[in-house]
Design a protein around this ligand. Structure first.
Ligand SMILES: [Fe+2]
Length: 213
């Protein structure tokens, strides 16, 4: 009796169209490294192909810098812990926005944005940091080196996009990528100026030194 009721139950379930179909796999609907052939964007396929290829490298670098900021946010140590912990997370958020902007630009140009960590690791031009913790000056230097790689490539690519008539990509590169990276470089690099925090280095600007002068 119990067996029958289970059988009835399962045959009823099998008839519903609301049953999800799990564990599916299939062919890709578009291979990586291609662009769709026709769009109303008025941009040649060759231009979109070149731009999406270069933007994917920039995307990999930006994802790597984003993650380097999170690594730095977690692993920072020392007297400037609090301010750097907050600053690194702010820059992480801003880089995350840039990641989305670049990836969606690639998709709208008819291409495919890389997304997964192993693909990013293969493509990035940024030096791999160790898994372990590093001192603040090294963290800051690594971040600035990563910004430098990105800024150099952004400038070159912006010029190329301009030459090829891809104004949207050019605008994104200059207005979003370049401006954000330049500003972050300023905020990070000022922390590497060797300025005293409590007493003037030369000892010339203390009340005692001024009195005896
Ligand atoms: Fe956090």
């Amino acid at each position: 009796m119990a067996k029958n009721s289970i059988a009835n139950h399962s045959s009823k379930s099998a008839k519903t169209s609301a049953q999800p179909h799990f564990h599916q796999r299939g062919n890709e609907i578009q291979p990586f490294g291609t662009v769709t052939s026709m769009t109303p964007l008025q941009l040649e396929e060759a231009v979109r192909l070149e731009m999406t290829e270069q933007l994917n490298l920039l995307l990999a670098d930006t994802m790597t810098l984003r993650d380097l900021y999170k690594k730095s946010h977690w692993q920072v140590a020392g007297p400037t812990f609090y301010q750097l912990h907050l600053l690194f997370d702010k820059h992480f958020e801003e880089q995350s926005e840039l990641v989305d902007t670049i990836a969606e630009r690639i998709q709208l140009l008819g291409g495919i944005a890389i997304a997964m960590a192993h693909d990013v690791a293969e493509a990035t031009r940024i030096e791999r940091p160790p898994k372990g913790r590093e001192a603040v000056p090294v963290q800051l230097s690594r971040l600035l080196d990563a910004h430098q790689v990105i800024i150099e490539n952004v400038r070159e690519l912006a010029e190329r996009a301009d030459k090829l008539g891809d104004d949207g990509t050019n605008d994104m590169l200059v207005s979003d990528l370049l401006r954000t990276n330049e500003l972050q470089v300023w905020f990070v690099s000022e922390h590497l100026v060797d300025e005293p925090t409590v007493r003037d280095a030369e000892g010339e600007n203390t009340p005692a030194a001024r009195k005896s002068a």
